[in-house]
Design a protein around this ligand. Structure first.
Ligand code: NAD
Ligand code: UFG
Length: 337
C-alpha cells in the first residue's frame, strides 16, 4: 500500500483522516507542529486502530525539517491540512496567515518537487466561492474571497494550478470543504477550539456543557427558511472518507481537479440547534443578535462531481453529526488534553 504523509495530521480533520487511512491499510506519516493540537491524539489514534503512526513534530515553515521527513520516508502522496483557519484572526493578522498558509505551503510543494513526490490533496474551502450567485454551488462557479484566510485558500489553489500547468506529471486535488462538524464514534477524536468558539457547533456544545450561557444567533433576517443562516454541515468522518477516495483517485490519475465535499443539504442555525438539543437532551437557550460581518445567507454544495469522479457521497445526516459531536464534547468538555 502507498505511504501517505498527512500534514496537520493531529488536527481535527487530519486525525479522523489518519484513522480511515490506517483502516484502509495505508502507511501513514503524520507531520504537525502541534500549534492547534496535542501529541496525545496519536495515542487516541492507536486506541482506535491499534497503530500509532510515525510522527514528526515539524513546522512546514522549516524547509530543512520537511527535507528530513521526505529523505527518511519514501512518500507516495501528501494530504495537506496544516494551516491556520480562524477567519476573524486572519483579518487581524493577515501577515501571519499569509506566512503560515502560503509560505508554508510553498515550502511543502518545493520539497515535494525536489523529492519527486507529485501527488497532493489540498484542504480548500467553500469560502473560495465568496457570496455565490445561486445554489447549489458547483465547482465552476466564480471564485472570490472576503478575508485573508479565504485568500490563502484561493492562492494555494492558484499556485497548484500553475505547478500543474508547468509540469503535468503532477496529480492534484483541491477539495473544497463545506462545514465539517461531528466527531469520531469512539468519542476519542473531535474538535478542540481555542478560546471562544467562532463556529456554530463548537459554541452550541459549550452551551450544552455549561461553559456558555446561551447561543448568540447572528441574525434572523436572512432570506432562508427561518431567517437564520443556512450551511451544508458534513460529518468529519464522511469528510475523512472523502479523502480516502481522493487519494485512491489521485494515485491513479494525473491532472488537477477542484471538488466540493459537502452533503448537498442546507440546515439553518435554529435547525442545527434543534438537532443538538435532541442529541444532548438539554435546552440550548439562544438570543438573536445582529448579523455577523461577512456572513452570507445560504451555502450548500452541488455534490455531483464528487459522486462521479471520486465515487463518494456523504452518508451521515445532521442528527448523527450532532449525536457524535455531543458524545465527544461531553467526554472531553475542554477538548483533547
Ligand atoms: P486544525 O487546526 O484542527 O488542524 C490543522 C493542524 O495544522 C493543527 O494540528 C495545527 O497544529 C497544524 N499546523 C498549523 N500550522 C502548521 C505549521 N506551520 N506546520 C505544521 N503544522 C501546522 O484544523 P482542521 O479543522 O482540522 O482543518 C484542517 C484544514 O482544513 C485546514 O487547512 C483548514 O483551513 C481546512 N478547512 C477546515 C474547515 C473547518 O471548518 N474545519 C473548513 C474548510 C477547510
Ligand atoms: N453562527 C451563529 N452563532 C455562532 C456561530 C455561528 O449564529 O456563535 C451562525 C453563522 O452566522 C452562520 C452559521 O452559524 O450562519 C455557521 O457559522 P460557522 O462560523 O460555523 O461557519 P461559516 O459557514 O461561517 O464558516 C465555516 C468556516 C470557514 C469556512 C466555511 C466554509 O469557519 O473557515 O465554513 O467551509 F471557510
Amino acid at each position: 500500500m502507498a505511504k501517505i504523509l498527512v500534514t496537520g495530521g493531529t488536527g481535527f480533520i487530519g486525525s479522523h483522516t489518519v484513522v480511515e487511512l490506517i483502516n484502509e491499510g495505508y502507511e501513514v506519516i503524520v507531520l504537525d507542529n502541534l500549534y492547534n493540537s496535542k501529541e496525545v491524539v496519536l495515542d487516541r489514534i492507536k486506541t482506535i486502530t491499534n497503530v500509532r503512526p510515525k510522527f514528526y513534530n515539524c513546522d512546514i515553515l522549516d524547509k530543512d525539517g520537511l527535507r528530513k521527513v521526505f529523505s527518511e520516508n519514501k512518500i507516495d502522496a501528501v494530504i495537506h491540512y496544516a494551516g491556520y483557519k480562524a477567519v476573524g484572526e486572519s483579518v487581524e493578522k493577515p501577515l501571519v496567515y499569509y506566512q503560515n498558509n502560503i509560505a508554508g505551503s510553498l515550502n511543502l510543494y518545493e520539497v515535494m518537487n525536489e523529492f519527486g513526490v507529485k501527488t497532493v490533496v489540498f484542504s480548500s474551502s467553500a469560502t473560495v466561492y465568496g457570496d455565490p450567485a445561486s445554489l447549489p454551488i458547483k465547482e465552476d462557479f466564480p471564485l472570490s474571497t472576503t478575508n485573508p484566510y479565504g485568500t490563502t485558500k484561493l492562492f494555494n489553489e492558484r499556485i497548484l494550478e500553475d505547478i500543474y500547468a508547468s509540469d503535468n506529471s503532477w496529480s492534484i486535488l483541491l477539495l473544497r470543504y463545506f462545514n465539517p462538524i461531528g466527531a469520531h464514534k469512539s468519542g476519542l477524536l473531535g474538535e478542540t477550539p481555542i478560546g471562544i468558539p467562532n463556529n456554530l457547533v463548537p459554541y452550541i456544545a459549550q452551551v450544552a456543557t455549561g461553559q456558555r450561557d446561551f447561543l448568540r444567533v447572528w441574525g434572523n433576517d436572512f432570506d432562508t427558511v427561518d431567517g437564520t443562516g443556512v450551511r451544508d454541515y458534513i460529518h468529519v468522518v464522511d469528510l475523512a472518507l472523502g479523502h480516502i477516495k481522493a487519494i485512491e483517485y489521485a494515485l491513479k490519475h494525473k491532472g488537477i481537479e477542484a471538488i466540493n465535499l459537502g452533503t448537498g443539504n442546507g440546515y439553518s442555525v435554529l435547525q442545527v440547534r434543534q438537532a443538538f438539543e435532541n442529541a444532548c437532551k438539554k435546552e440550548i437557550p439562544y438570543k438573536i443578535f445582529d448579523r455577523r460581518a461577512g456572513d452570507i445567507a445560504s451555502c450548500y454544495a452541488d455534490t455531483t462531481k464528487a459522486k462521479e469522479l471520486l465515487k463518494w457521497q456523504a452518508k451521515y445526516g445532521i442528527d448523527e453529526m450532532c449525536q457524535d459531536g455531543w458524545n465527544f464534547s461531553k467526554n472531553n468538555p475542554k477538548g483533547i488534553e
